[in-house]
Design a protein around this ligand. Structure first.
Ligand SMILES: CC(=O)SCCNC(=O)CCNC(=O)[C@H](O)C(C)(C)COP(=O)(O)OP(=O)(O)OC[C@H]1O[C@@H](n2cnc3c(N)ncnc32)[C@H](O)[C@@H]1OP(=O)(O)O
Ligand SMILES: CC(C)C(=O)C(=O)O
Length: 546
């Protein structure tokens, strides 16, 4: 044997020199940053943009019924700020906003938000859509970054700033004209492509917009700083947010909002660091819907807070219902590994994980029992005992999941998982040695057939292996029983009455005591129809103890 370092990696051959380091293109330095020392202690204000950013990125935008289902879901979950669309985009978008108002679907404490470009005709239509809403925020955006100034708008900095200023004036003028005192009106401005824009210039434009809006205590302005396209590591975004938070005037009247996308896959991290850096409000979508790789996933953000003992201020106690509504309305699936909500995220297949989870549940049950013995109710005890469970960051029950799928068995599983599944589904607590033996049998089955062994199949294998033939449950295979004994079975008449495990051991003892030779039943006995299964049943393939 000899040791050596791994062979060196080889150049990819990809055209990486075409790209430039983000920090060579944008000055975001903040050496005296303070955000790394902060802690998140409460939920931010949430804004769902499922019905706007989420909708504008679908292959087929949602129809009115699908949008309404999402809106009602968001209200049920506790969202107080909901971007309901871009009413000037189309008649459908406009009609949807009007239908919410006219159907009285907007609770008094929910603010709808509507997005518009800085164009007078669009602004007028946007304001008109809000007439009669109990609370409405108009959200105006224009892009500030050098690339957009040069390529999209072909305007200089002053003209771009004036676009924002003039748009703000137009919003205020139209609001004055069409809204009555029945509507509590708010304003949001987004310097689009904030992350790529010179920060001094973003600040200048935001200040100019504030100069028109004149924020004060009961007249806040929402300044939303989007990572329109995520382009750097999350710490850079946090530096940018802290810099803005420090330098903005009227800070107390500014609601500093962040709007993250997930182009580099770090939308969640960027939003969390943005909160550390001073963000008061977060915009995003359920399960990360939105343009390209999506907006930041609000479900994950909220449950990340929950897992740290912070009230997320959103009700996610029935996560599957949330998932169902979103999947139905967007016609897009939530992938099985999506944090907190995916089908597989509370499930362990692998042996060492399952072993630890099984022990974790047993330890927790003891602690909960101790609390109930002190007089607490079961429900109180469940909350009083802090959640601390191997491989399970939160209790699946808290989001409406059962424990049934926590452990699933395949070729990666060991005795812990097999015995956990038998105990939880068949109330059968196998002693350690039998766990070892039976998990080998299951292993053989999964090695032979691949795939997963569910609870029914596990029981079937168990019954087939250890129970009298007649007790094997209704599999379509004829039951075999594990062994037949040459010269008769002295325990045959008593078999049905003994515990399967003891029955198995007794058989072994009988074998030893009577000098009987165990033989593989399948090879000797022929049962009607058995040939059909030859080659398809594990017993016909596995080597038997002789
Ligand atoms: C990052 C984001 O998600 S921003 C939100 C994006 N969402 C959407 O665009 C969905 C809804 N949009 C739409 O339906 C359409 O774009 C409409 C109806 C609003 C406008 O359609 P059109 O008038 O045909 O314009 P179109 O979208 O093709 O082009 C944009 C024009 O607006 C200008 N523009 C783009 N953004 C803005 C802005 N924020 N303010 C002012 N003008 C803008 C562009 O420079 C371009 O001008 P040009 O025609 O002089 O070159
Ligand atoms: C309109 C703005 C906030 C936006 O959606 C973005 O920049 O991603």
């Amino acid at each position: 044997m000899r040791t050596a370092r791994p062979a060196p990696q080889q150049p990819s051959g990809m055209p990486f020199t075409k790209y430039r380091p983000f920090l060579d293109t944008v000055d975001a330095s903040l050496p005296d940053r303070t955000w790394p020392n902060n802690r998140i202690t409460h939920a931010p204000r949430w804004l769902s943009t499922d019905l706007r950013d989420g909708n504008q990125s679908l292959i087929e935008p949602m129809g009115p019924a699908a949008k309404r289902a999402i809106f009602d879901l968001l209200v049920r979950m506790g969202f107080k700020e909901i971007e309901v669309g871009f009413p000037a985009a189309s008649q459908t978008d406009y009609d949807f906003v009007r239908s919410l108002v006219e159907d009285d679907a907007i609770p008094e404490d929910v603010t709808i938000s509507v997005l518009t470009q800085s164009r007078e005709d669009l602004i007028d239509r946007t304001l008109d859509a809000c007439v009669g809403a109990p609370r409405a925020t108009v959200h105006l955006y224009n892009a500030l970054s050098p690339l957009f100034r040069e390529v999209v708008f072909r305007m200089g900095k002053d003209d771009i700033r004036e676009l924002a200023v003039e748009g703000t004036r137009q919003v205020m003028a139209r609001a004055e004209k069409v809204l009555t005192d029945d509507t509590i009106f708010g304003y949001e401005y987004s310097p689009e492509i904030f992350v790529d824009t010179e920060r001094e210039y973003s600040l200048e434009v935001c200040e100019a917009v504030m100069g028109v809006w004149q924020p004060e205590d009961d007249r806040e302005i929402i300044l939303n700083l989007p990572a329109t396209v995520e382009r750097a590591t999350p710490n850079v975004y946090a530096d940018q947010i802290e810099w803005m938070s420090r330098n903005l005037s009227h800070r107390d009247a500014v609601c500093l909002s962040i709007h993250n996308h997930n182009d580099r896959g770090s939308g969640i991290a960027a939003a969390e660091l943005g909160m550390l850096a001073g963000a008061d409000r977060v915009e995003g979508c359920l399960f990360g819907h939105g343009e390209r790789t999506g907006n930041v996933d609000l479900v994950t953000l909220a449950l990340n807070l929950f897992s740290q003992g912070i009230d997320p201020m959103l009700d996610l106690s029935d996560i599957d219902e949330v998932r169902r509504v979103v999947e139905h309305s967007t016609q897009m699936d939530v992938p099985p590994r999506t944090p907190y909500a995916g089908e597989l995220v509370y499930t362990s297949f692998s042996g060492s994980h399952q072993d630890a989870i099984k022990k974790g549940f047993a330890a927790r049950a003891e602690k909960v029992a101790a609390k109930t013995a002190e007089g607490m109710s079961q429900a109180e005890a469940e909350v009083a005992v802090p959640w601390s469970m191997p491989y399970l960051p939160i209790d699946p029950h808290d989001v409406g999941r059962s424990y049934e799928a926590v452990v699933r068995v395949n070729s990666q599983s060991g005795k812990g998982g097999v015995s956990y599944l038998l105990r939880t589904t068949h109330n059968l607590d196998l002693p350690r040695r039998l766990q070892i033996e039976f998990s080998n049998i299951v292993q053989h089955h999964t090695d032979t057939f691949g795939g997963e062994v569910d609870a029914d199949e596990l029981w079937s294998i168990f019954a087939d292996e250890y129970l009298p033939a007649a007790a094997a449950p209704g599999a379509d295979l004829p039951a075999w029983g594990r062994y037949s004994l040459k010269g008769g079975d002295p325990y045959r008449s008593r078999r049905r009455r003994v515990h399967p495990h003891r029955h198995h051991l007794r058989r072994r003892r009988a074998q030893a005591a009577h000098g009987l030779r165990l033989r593989p039943a399948g090879r000797i006995r022929h049962r009607p129809g058995a040939d059909r299964h030859r080659g398809a049943h594990p017993r016909l393939r596995r080597a038997r103890p002789e």
